[in-house]
Design a protein around this ligand. Structure first.
Ligand SMILES: Nc1ncnc2c1ncn2[C@@H]1O[C@H](COP(=O)(O)OP(=O)(O)OP(=O)(O)O)[C@@H](O)[C@H]1O
Length: 272
């Protein structure tokens, strides 16, 4: 069933209202009058010209930066500290080279409560969970390897597992597949599609990407940002039913949406 047909009413999960943020270093006004609302369980994508403030939006939504104006609310709470219910994955997988893959996955559990207090007593249970996650992304048996023994695509899969190990309600993906070749990237689209589907409406995802095909394949809703200072200039629902197959990326309907988004970003760039 497509999410918009769900029997449950949509609940806003991430809400930024009238948000403006200037970085202290350099005094850059990164976003101004930014309004965005992502509903619980939704897969949202954010696209826009380079440097328009997409990563800033992610930092504001997760409490890594705080706005000078406007409100940031996640899961009904105003954001005042780093958001612990969020998992994050970035373009660089940022795995620690001196830890095995499994030990890298366990890292959030050493920090985030209630897992932190439970970890020592329930180690075997957590290790089993980490191994099951690795298996679900095609990395069965890779837990004992060090990150430098894995390919870039494998490292990014492991990094996705690390972002999910503490069962976050919110997954923030900032260009996670940007450094990968086209085939590996498409493989990972399917991995993330399946991870999101398995969470059955309990995992909200926000994906920042330059790849418009990626946004249209994965997202329920796409937000398009203006040039800096960034704000949302267009919002579009993607109605393809789920589960989606890579074949949809070759349909005229798919190309029409990509084309429309491309036009909006080109226009935003030219009016900067
Ligand atoms: N920590 C920081 N300190 C100072 N300025 C920053 C910082 N982070 C970002 N900026 C500035 O804020 C603006 C928006 O940056 P941001 O990284 O949010 O854009 P982006 O849309 O994610 O960029 P890209 O598409 O190139 O990844 C840029 O001008 C950038 O130089």
């Amino acid at each position: 069933m497509h999410r918009s047909e769900s029997a449950h009413p949509l609940r806003p999960f991430v809400e930024l209202t009238g948000v403006s943020h200037t970085y202290a270093t350099g005094g850059t006004l990164a976003v101004d009058g930014l309004d965005i609302r992502v509903n619980e369980g939704e897969f949202a994508a954010v696209v826009g010209p380079s440097g328009c403030g997409k990563s800033t939006l992610m930092k504001l939504a997760t409490g890594l930066q705080f706005p000078q104006a406007g409100a940031v609310v996640v899961d009904g709470q105003e954001v005042r500290d780093p958001v612990k219910i969020a998992g994050m994955a970035f373009q660089a997988p940022t795995l620690l080279p001196w830890r095995t893959t499994l030990e890298n996955l366990m890292l959030p559990l050493e920090i985030v409560e209630p897992h932190r207090s439970r970890l020592r007593r329930n180690k075997a249970e957590y290790v089993a969970k980490a191994e099951a996650l690795l298996e679900s992304v095609g990395l069965k048996g890779a837990g004992s390897k060090f990150p430098w023994q894995l390919s870039g695509g494998m490292q990014q899969r492991a990094s996705l597992c690390r972002a999910l190990i503490h069962e976050p309600k919110l997954l923030m993906l900032d260009e996670p597949f940007g450094a990968l070749d086209a085939f590996t990237r498409e493989e990972l689209w399917c991995v993330i599609r399946d991870l999101h589907a398995r969470m059955a409406g309990s995992l909200t995802v926000i994906l920042v990407t330059h790849d418009l095909r990626e946004a249209v394949f994965l997202a329920d809703r796409i937000f398009c940002m203006s040039s800096r200072p960034g704000k949302i200039i267009a919002e579009r629902e993607v109605g393809f039913p789920r589960p989606r197959d890579l074949e949809i990326t070759y349909t005229p309907e798919f190309s029409d949406i990509v084309h429309d988004l491309r036009g909006r970003i080109a226009h935003a760039r030219s009016t900067a």
